[in-house]
Design a protein around this ligand. Structure first.
Ligand code: GLN
Length: 432
């Protein structure tokens, strides 16, 4: 996964949309900016919460900063406020490093070391499952340190280099470490060292405690901005492909598993309430950043340093709550009846046994295949040919394709007078 050395296009000025294929257009209010701005202005007045100070260097952040960026899976970005201000990624790194570990080792191997259950406890809890010694999940420190220990490399420097390249590929630009924050974490990270030693004694840490914590501290001290977080999240939302560089960073399965763990565990002991109120897979960090995403649509990055008592950015939470509720972004939002997958049906003549051709359309998932077959297979009861035309279908999920193939195999014209089923697939959307 080579990281590109440069962002593919320059950061946009405040509140301006960018499209990779278009030159900046004339001053015109953009609907998305009006939407972002209305949220931004409401949240700006919030002054509660405290900047994290348990890592002394973090306390130096200007608490009034506030930025938001949104990146679509098609590669458009929208930004507002301090969206280019750098801060340290901290725990927002955890899902991305988890994704890298999954990509290297697979789900079965990774989950022998770290669990997938919400802990309902703070981020720095001493949380190891009794029987297995596994930290409960990779989004709390104990689980994240174990995840980092799984990354390829014998030394902390080797492991960190794999992480730096991987996270840079997610962001689409080369990320670097804030050395002052790193030193500050090393000096004050005894609790994290304790977690690493506990995991080591339980047999779940894959390196020495020193190597794992050093690589983990560097990982947490990587500098990012809200725009980077939006693109990193959009890479997961887009099934593992960076929307700007078009590089595949992780597989679709890995992106899905990662988004699943963000959904159940991303906001620590506030994860359950977050799922109900906001309903977007997310991850927060004590540097003031939050990533959130809507699968298949976009990623969002927010930045504002004051934290609530759970360690989540007060204004970041408020911006995402507002955005989700006002614009219906909850991932379980009920959508209107989708376009029917069955388009035009043509009959060769007026009689019941004439050939019939049904034009299918759209992105066919399992439920669509079920609908098509339930509606149209009764046509097979009389003579002639039933053709399902996939020419206007954009994609068929593997399970849906399997259903169509089974229907085809089961409809061989063995009985005289019955119709034959033909799958006309000029674009090979059904696979082999
Ligand atoms: N580096 C921080 C720590 O380990 C990360 C915690 C966080 O962002 N919640 O304490």
């Amino acid at each position: 996964m080579p990281a590109s050395d440069q962002a593919p296009h320059t950061p946009s000025p405040q509140g301006r949309a960018q499209h990779p294929d278009s030159s900046p257009s004339a001053e015109r209010p953009k609907p998305l900016h009006l939407a972002l701005n209305s949220v931004f202005e409401r949240v700006r007045s919030l002054k509660d919460g405290e900047v994290a100070s348990y890592i002394p260097e973090l306390a130096r952040e200007n608490p009034d900063q506030m930025g938001i960026a949104l990146a679509s899976v098609r590669g458009t970005t929208h930004e507002m406020g301090d969206s280019a201000a750098e801060f340290t990624i901290q725990s927002v790194s955890k899902p991305f490093v988890f994704a890298l570990a999954l990509e290297q080792l697979g789900l079965a191997e990774v989950t022998t070391h770290v669990g997938l259950e919400p802990s309902g406890e703070p981020f720095n809890a001493i949380s190891l499952e009794e029987a297995s010694g596994r930290p409960l999940n990779p989004m709390i420190n104990a689980g994240a340190i174990v995840t980092t220990s799984l990354i390829t490399g014998d030394t902390a420097a080797d492991k960190f280099e794999v992480i730096r390249r991987g996270l840079s590929a997610f962001a689409g630009r080369t990320l670097t470490v804030d050395e002052a924050v790193f030193e500050s974490e090393v000096e004050t990270g005894d609790r994290n060292r304790a977690l690493a030693y506990l995991a080591k004694s339980a047999g779940t840490l894959a390196s020495s405690a020193e190597v794992a914590t050093r690589a983990y501290f560097r990982q947490c001290a990587m500098g990012v901005n809200a725009r980077d977080l939006a693109i990193m999240a959009a890479t997961l939302a887009g099934g593992g492909v960076n929307p700007i560089t078009r590089e595949r960073v992780v597989s679709e399965n890995v992106a899905r598993w990662t988004m699943a763990v963000m959904t159940s565990c991303g906001m620590y002991d506030a994860s359950g309430e977050w799922l109900v109120r906001v309903g977007l897979p997310a991850k927060s960090g004590v540097g003031g950043g939050i990533v959130a995403l809507q699968p298949e649509q976009f990623g969002i990055g927010t930045f504002s340093p004051r934290l609530n008592d759970r360690g989540n950015s007060v204004r970041g939470v408020a911006m995402l709550e507002e955005l989700s509720q006002r614009f219906g972004l909850h991932m379980l939002e009920h959508r209107a009846e989708p376009l029917s997958p069955i388009g035009e049906i043509s009959r060769a003549g007026d009689s019941a046994d004439d050939d019939v051709s049904a034009h299918l359309r759209g992105d066919l998932k399992f439920g669509d295949a079920e609908h098509v077959l339930t509606e149209l297979l009764p046509e097979l009861e009389s003579g002639g040919t039933l053709t399902l035309d996939f020419g206007a279908v954009t994609r068929v999920g593997a399970p849906a394709a399997r259903l169509f193939r089974w229907a085809e195999a089961g409809a061989r014209p063995t009985d005289a007078g019955k119709r034959r089923l033909v799958l006309h697939d000029p674009e090979h959307v059904l696979g082999d």
